[in-house]
Ligand binder design. Structure first.
Ligand code: T46
Length: 133
C-alpha cells in the first residue's frame, strides 16, 4: 500500500517561561533513523528538492524559520505544507517528488530512514512520472 504524507506533532515539553524541548523517539517515528542532516542559509529565491527517492523515507522539521513544502506522491496526489513550528514534522513517503522554499533563517532538519546513496535519487521529473503509471 502507498503511504501518504502526514504531519507528525512531536512532544513539546516546557513553558513560555522556561522554553521548550521536542523529542523524536521510537513511539512517534514511522522508521528507525539511519541519518540526520540539516540544510540552512538557503536564499529565499532558491527552490530546493526537485527529486524523488526510490527507497528513502524522511521526516522534515523546520527547527527555525519557515519551509513551504510541496509533495507529489506516486499516486499523483499533491500535498502542500507550511512548516513553521519546531515541534511539527512532515513524513515524506518513498517515491514522492518534493520541492521546498525557505525563509532565509530556515533550518531544515531531515530524519532519514537509510544512509546516503546518490543512486536512490530520481532527479528527472519525467522519470518520476513514469513510476506513477
Ligand atoms: C531531500 C530534501 C528534503 C551528501 O553528500 N550527503 C547527504 O547525506 C545528503 C542529504 C546530500 N549530500 C550531497 C548530495 C548533493 O550533492 O549534498 C548535495 C545536496 O543534496 P540534495 O540534492 O539532496 O539537497 P536538497 O536540499 O535538494 O534536498 C535535501 C535532501 O538532501 C533530500 O534528500 O529529500 O532535502
Amino acid at each position: 500500500m502507498n503511504k501518504k504524507p502526514y504531519i507528525i506533532d512531536f512532544k513539546k515539553i516546557g513553558s513560555p517561561a522556561l522554553g521548550y524541548i521536542s523529542v523524536a523517539e521510537k513511539e512517534n517515528l514511522p522508521f528507525i533513523p539511519q541519518r540526520i542532516y540539516w540544510t540552512y542559509f538557503t536564499p529565499e529565491d532558491v527552490e530546493r528538492g526537485g527529486h524523488a527517492h526510490i527507497h528513502l523515507e524522511q521526516i522534515l522539521v523546520s527547527v527555525a524559520g519557515k519551509i513551504d513544502l510541496k509533495i507529489e506522491t506516486i499516486t499523483g496526489e499533491i500535498f502542500e505544507f507550511v512548516l513553521d513550528a519546531p515541534h511539527k514534522g512532515v513524513f515524506i513517503p518513498k517515491k514522492s517528488w518534493r520541492t521546498m522554499k525557505y525563509s532565509h533563517n530556515a533550518v531544515q532538519m531531515c530524519i532519514a530512514s537509510i544512509e546516503y546513496d546518490e543512486k536512490d535519487y530520481i532527479r528527472d521529473y519525467d522519470e518520476f512520472l513514469n513510476l506513477t503509471k
